[in-house]
Design a protein around this ligand. Structure first.
Ligand code: FAQ
Length: 330
């Protein structure tokens, strides 16, 4: 169903005059900040855009478990292991809330997962980078969850009710994720010279990929104009990226470490930090499947899906047995 919708989705904003009466009423509800609920009428493209974004978001949560899950058995202390386990489990939960929100739009979780596995849906570019040392786990929590929260806090006000409510729960857990990441990096930044070096190395590798999480520049963003008119997106890619930079600079200063960008400096005129853009060519290459870990991530996800088949089959058999015995008892 969704695969068909993406083929027919139009791009570009409709003028007020081009809209049907139904579309004008819909836009009016959006403009008055009235949430859209699953049974309400909505334009097909609004539905398709939401499925694309929520689906991609859900896939990111699930694929995002891989670079961190990789370190559970190698966490340096029992406490760090317990924290990491809880965090990785939370990400599975976030995937679940988001797939459930997408299902209210009439697409099944199996279809979305099928499209991911066929390479027809995306997940966040950041998870195509490796986690090479323990400090990367701290940097992922601090920078990657930190970037994710900035986006997700804004999305709590998104126009689609089930998505916005999922975001409220997710943001609560994400704050813990970011704090544990900053705490882990802080321990290393204030630890031995070797630990400090590892922390710096992780930041050097993950800074620009974290900036890419907000998507291409506003000038290059294909969907922003329409998504912002529909309040699917609340802030633009560049606005969110700037907010992230402004938030992170004082944090890195406290750590006594450096961001790998000599161009970062406070600008009195704009009231924000100037910074260097990431390498957009690298970003688009990663989206095309050419990042350092794209192949590994997809292989591992498909393998996990296939290995989990017996669990899904068992649950379905149990549910159907239960339904049959309930029907017989009525
Ligand atoms: N990666 O026109 P736009 C997390 C694609 S959650 C891959 O600007 P849009 C938690 C975009 O899909 C992180 N693809 O697109 C966690 C489009 O391609 P399409 C995920 C990207 O949708 C932490 C094309 O480029 N968060 O990390 C990316 O208006 C730690 C043109 O771009 C969300 O998904 C990218 N970075 O804006 C878990 C938040 N950026 O579909 C585990 C919700 C853009 O036409 C461990 N999503 N593209 O083929 C959003 O806010 C938006 O979808 C954006 C992109 C801002 C990501």
């Amino acid at each position: 169903m969704y695969a068909q919708m993406i083929k027919t989705a139009r791009s570009g904003l409709k003028s007020h005059a081009e809209m049907s009466d139904q579309e004008r009423d819909f836009q009016d509800r959006i403009d008055r900040d009235i949430k859209i609920e699953p049974r309400d009428w909505m334009p097909d493209d609004y539905r398709a855009t939401l499925i694309r974004q929520i689906g991609q978001h859900a896939h990111s949560e699930v694929v995002g478990q891989l670079p961190e899950g990789n370190w559970i058995t190698r966490a340096p202390t029992l406490e760090r292991k317990a924290i990491l386990l809880a965090k990785v489990q939370d990400e599975a939960g976030h995937g679940l809330y988001l797939y459930a929100a997408a299902e209210t739009l009439g697409v099944s979780r199996d279809e979305l997962i099928g499209l991911l596995h066929e390479g027809r849906m995306k997940y966040s570019s950041i998870f195509n980078y490796p986690t090479l040392n323990w400090a990367d786990i701290g940097a992922v929590g601090w920078l990657v969850d930190g970037a994710a929260i900035i986006n997700q806090v804004a999305l709590q006000r998104t126009s689609y009710g089930p998505y916005s409510r999922a975001m409220v729960r997710i943001c609560k857990e994400e704050s813990f994720h970011a704090r544990q990441g900053y705490h882990a990096i802080m321990k290393m930044a204030f630890g031995t010279p070797q630990q400090k070096k590892m922390a710096q190395n992780a930041i050097d590798r993950l800074w620009f990929p974290a900036l890419m999480m907000f998507g291409p520049s506003d000038a290059e963003s294909v969907h922003s104009e329409q998504s912002m008119a529909w309040k699917i997106k609340i802030k633009s890619n560049d606005e969110l990226r700037q907010q992230f930079v402004d938030q992170t600079v004082p944090q890195i200063e406290y750590l006594g470490l450096d961001l790998p960008d000599p161009g970062i400096k406070w600008n009195d005129t704009t009231g924000h930090h100037d910074f260097t853009d990431p390498d957009w060519q690298e970003f688009f290459d990663v989206l095309k499947g050419n990042g350092p870990c794209n192949t590994d991530r997809m292989r591992d996800r498909v393998k996990a899906w296939e290995n989990g088949k017996w669990v899904r089959d068992g649950l379905m058999a149990h549910a159907s047995k239960k339904a049959t015995s309930q029907a017989a008892a009525e």
